[in-house]
Design a protein around this ligand. Structure first.
Ligand SMILES: C[S@@+](CC[C@H](N)C(=O)[O-])C[C@H]1O[C@@H](n2cnc3c(N)ncnc32)[C@H](O)[C@@H]1O
Length: 236
């Protein structure tokens, strides 16, 4: 039997989510355990280290229905936003209420976007659905390629491989009441911090890692085992 491809199994789920006409972007994007205010507060805190001014041209990889971009726009209303997602149904929702360019594509292959196009590229709560460390490296390399020198590649909500055991029991308890929309039950990609340290070393990027326990994310259980990574592209 062929091994299951985690990212393809998730793709079916993300397409199904977007088919629900009445669902709010936050729920369509899978945030069942946060209120809109809590989510806004999380987005504000995790993006602060990027040092946004407000007029930048940014791309979010795995933007879904646009909850993250919509939150960012509340703080920085003049950002120029774009998004990539492999779920056309979720992207359709984002296009319905956000002004920006939205592309249906797999974040591991952004060949249709030119080098140095964006001031910053971001990916929040998405890397965990990829199939392997190799796919994650491909996605980050693509983000790096299309980000201008001096800009940042920001990746958030990465499950920490060092906390996997703890994370799985936290998730089991916190997700008991969350309704499943598929019988498939794909797991997440957990990444060790060493993976990013090696990546930054190999590509000569500056790296900052922040555990989500360092932010004030209230009772959000996933914050106990997730972290954010800020990679700065050196100026030429
Ligand atoms: C938890 S949602 C997060 C959405 C958004 N970043 C937010 O925070 O509101 C994860 C998103 O990643 C997208 N995704 C997963 N794998 C992807 C891939 N290989 N290429 C593009 N998008 C992907 C899913 O379709 C989904 O929209």
């Amino acid at each position: 039997m062929e091994p299951k491809d985690r990212n393809l199994e998730w793709k079916d789920i993300w397409i199904k989510k977007g088919l629900n006409k009445n669902i709010a972007p936050l729920l369509a994007d899978g945030y069942d355990l946060l209120t809109a205010d809590e989510y806004d507060c999380m987005v504000f805190q995790v993006t602060r280290p990027i040092g946004l001014i407000g007029n930048e041209n940014i791309l979010e990889c795995g933007c879904g229905a646009g909850a993250f971009l919509a939150s960012l726009l509340k703080v920085y209303p003049t950002l120029k936003i774009s998004g990539v997602d492999y779920s056309p149904t979720l992207l359709e929702k984002a296009r319905g209420y956000l002004n920006g360019d939205f592309f249906v594509a797999d974040m591991t292959d952004l060949g249709f976007l030119e080098k140095d196009t964006y001031d910053h590229t971001l990916s929040f709560g998405t890397l965990l659905y990829l199939s392997s460390e190799e796919a994650a490296s491909q996605a980050i390399s693509e983000m790096m390629r299309i980000t201008r020198p001096g800009g940042m590649v920001y990746i958030g909500e990465i499950p920490d491989a060092a906390k996997r055991g703890e994370a799985e029991s936290i998730r089991k308890a916190s997700h008991q009441s969350v309704k499943k929309i598929s019988s498939a039950n794909p797991d997440h990609l957990y990444l060790p911090k060493e993976f990013f340290k090696n990546f930054a070393r190999a590509t000569s990027m500056d790296l900052r890692i922040i555990d989500h326990t360092e932010f004030d994310l209230g009772n959000y259980q996933a914050a106990r085992y997730r972290y954010s990574v800020y990679l700065t592209i050196k100026r030429k």
